[in-house]
Design a protein around this ligand. Structure first.
Ligand code: ADE
Length: 225
């Protein structure tokens, strides 16, 4: 079973996300275990403080090294981890290929940053990979951790109803997914492309591939080059 330990100062931000949909089904099915750790529980300070002023001055607080290393040391003493991932806008951009790669791991630790960031020594000592979910700044790493976990979990064999459906996602073959339709075949003058009603599998596959290519050329030509 895959295990993801998520270290955060506001784990509640992620609770409802993992209690629904594919992620919920995957954990109910025993495919993944998501374990939340509230960083405040690892603080020895008064008021369970986890941040402090930056050396050298400047605005914003920095997540201190002690609570993080106490939490990480404990986890690392309990089992071996394939990755310790820190979510940060200056990390490697999350793409489908990275999600595919991470979905092969067994144990991972996700660290969600807050404030101005975490003490660089945590990154130097513990972090094996830094991941960004896009070129914008979030208030914390929690949404990035949830996005990344979702992209990984839906790839676990058995997580999706139809075993093959993750393979036909956008990006899996470097193309965007084709349009999809369901009943009714005719609605207020809008109809479904004839070929999809034909029952002719080879023609349907060819049409879908053609639509994928057209859509990718139009919307994301960068994916084709
Ligand atoms: N933390 C803040 N912004 C982020 C981003 N874009 N990606 C990952 N982690 C973040």
């Amino acid at each position: 079973m895959m295990r993801i330990d998520i270290i955060s100062v506001i784990p509640a931000l992620m609770h409802s996300f993992f209690e629904h949909s594919i992620c919920k089904r995957a954990s109910d099915a025993g495919l993944v275990d998501i374990v939340f750790h509230d960083l405040h529980d690892f603080s020895l300070k008064k008021h369970r403080q986890v941040d402090d002023y930056p050396f050298g001055g400047g605005a914003g607080m920095v997540m201190a090294i002690e609570p993080l290393s106490r939490c990480l040391d404990q986890l690392l003493s309990e089992r071996t981890y394939d990755e310790v991932i820190f979510f940060t806008p200056d990390g490697q951009l999350l793409k489908q290929g990275l999600a595919n790669q991470l979905s092969l791991n067994t144990n991972m630790i996700f660290i969600c940053g807050h404030y101005k960031g975490i003490d660089e020594r945590v990154r130097d000592k513990y972090v094996t990979r830094e991941v960004s979910i896009g070129d914008y700044v979030l208030s914390g790493g929690e949404l990035a951790a949830a996005v990344t976990a979702d992209a990984i979990i839906r790839l676990l064999p058995g997580a999706l109803g139809d075993e093959s459906s993750a393979l036909t996602d956008s990006f899996q073959d470097g193309l965007l997914a084709p349009p999809v339709y369901t009943r009714p075949s005719e609605f207020n003058g809008q109809s479904v492309p004839e070929v999809l009603l034909s029952g002719h599998d080879r023609n349907i596959d060819a049409w879908r591939h053609e639509q994928s290519v057209l859509r990718t050329q139009k919307r994301r030509p960068d994916l084709l080059s």
